[in-house]
Design a protein around this ligand. Structure first.
Ligand SMILES: Nc1nc2c(ncn2[C@@H]2O[C@H](COP(=O)(O)OP(=O)(O)O)[C@@H](O)[C@H]2O)c(=O)[nH]1
Ligand SMILES: [Mg+2]
Length: 327
């Protein structure tokens, strides 16, 4: 009986073939099993894929014991991790060089960047980690590279406005879509362990100083996804402040200053929490064990009276100041 496999299945199979790590292969195989049509004609294939999957999971469990270095694994630090994606020479390294003190190589020749390079930038008092990446092209993505994107908080798609923007957006979106890396209605955003798989993305449009006429309009109108975008020039530094601000907004985090009872507020190192977090979420972040003993909290900030007593489920706003009282 014919298997009658769908285009969606073949897409998942391409993802599997290009996967550079066991973890990525497991994700791709699980997706293949999910999208495979269910009928007699696919029984053999299904059994075959299940076998492959359990073998991979076994070998992953064994390997977990031995440490092996994965250059594409960049441990998160700061309040959020943003990883750049783009074709050769689009300006990825220039962005990281302009905003952080990381040692990246900016060059006129392609493939100057061979491995991810993380740097730390500040948006006001919030540390944000920015990761420079090797480029991708329509035909080449370094094996393992997808892992860096899988692990991040936000993807910055870098588009060179002096080149063909539709081609660049096409290559980048195809890379992300074919690996289920983009948040949308159909894509599962978390796996069984609760790890986030799909990400938000946005465009960073570079070289605004030498942009082709109409490049931005063409990106807005002809490139499928309606991502937000920021326009910058690394040459004139125009737009860099807006870019940092956008990073903070798109990470969807808020900062909260803690005021120990009877002491001064620490305005130097805010706690950062996902937007929508409550007083109780903050208590858990400040002190996991004591959180349940939270007696009351006072708040100074948006939409409240100064020093007002507040409920455990009160939703916090960016820059609120909170005094937690534990019993
Ligand atoms: N005129 C202009 N040149 C830029 C800009 N951004 C990057 N470049 C140049 O473009 C080339 C490639 O930049 P690079 O950051 O190495 O690109 P990457 O391959 O994406 O990391 C370098 O020669 C940069 O100086 C920009 O905004 N304006
Ligand atoms: Mg580079």
């Amino acid at each position: 009986m014919p298997a009658n496999l769908t285009p969606e299945y073949y897409k998942a199979e391409r993802w599997f073939r290009s996967a550079g790590t066991n973890d990525e292969k497991i994700l791709a195989l699980e997706h293949m099993l999910r999208v495979m049509p269910k009928h007699k004609g696919t029984d053999h294939l299904r059994a075959d894929l299940r076998r492959k999957l359990s073998k991979l999971k076994e070998s992953g469990a064994q390997k977990g014991k031995a440490k092996h270095a994965d250059i594409f694994h960049i441990p998160r630090s700061g309040s959020g991790q943003i990883v750049l994606l783009g074709m050769p020479n689009c300006g990825k390294s220039s962005i990281v060089a302009a905003l952080t003190n990381a040692k990246v190589s900016v060059a006129e020749f392609p493939f100057a960047t061979g491995a991810p390079v993380p740097g730390m930038m500040m948006y006001e008092d919030v540390p944000i980690q920015l990761v420079d990446m090797p480029p991708i092209t329509a035909d080449f993505v370094a094996p393992g590279q997808v892992g860096t994107y899988r692990n991040c908080d936000l993807i910055g798609i870098v588009i060179d406005l002096s080149q063909d923007v539709e081609e660049q957006a096409g290559v980048c979106i195809d890379f992300l879509e074919s690996r289920n890396l983009l948040v949308d209605k159909e894509t599962a955003t978390v796996d069984e362990q609760g790890n986030r798989l799909a990400k938000e993305a946005f465009y960073i449009c570079t070289k605004s100083d030498i942009a082709k006429p109409g490049a931005l309009e063409s990106l807005k109108n002809n490139c499928g996804r309606n991502f937000e975008f920021v326009e910058v020039s690394l040459e004139t530094k125009a737009g860099l402040e807006q870019l940092s601000e956008r990073f903070f907004k798109l990470l969807k985090i808020i900062r909260i200053y803690a005021k120990p009872p009877g002491k001064l507020i620490d305005m130097t190192e805010p706690f950062t929490l996902p937007a929508g977090s409550t007083v109780m979420d903050l208590a858990r972040t400040v002190h996991r064990q004591l959180a349940e003993n939270l007696k009351f909290a006072r708040i100074w900030g948006t939409g409240v009276y100064d020093g007002q007593n507040t409920q455990r489920n009160h939703v916090l706003n960016d820059k609120d100041i909170i005094e937690l009282h534990f019993s």
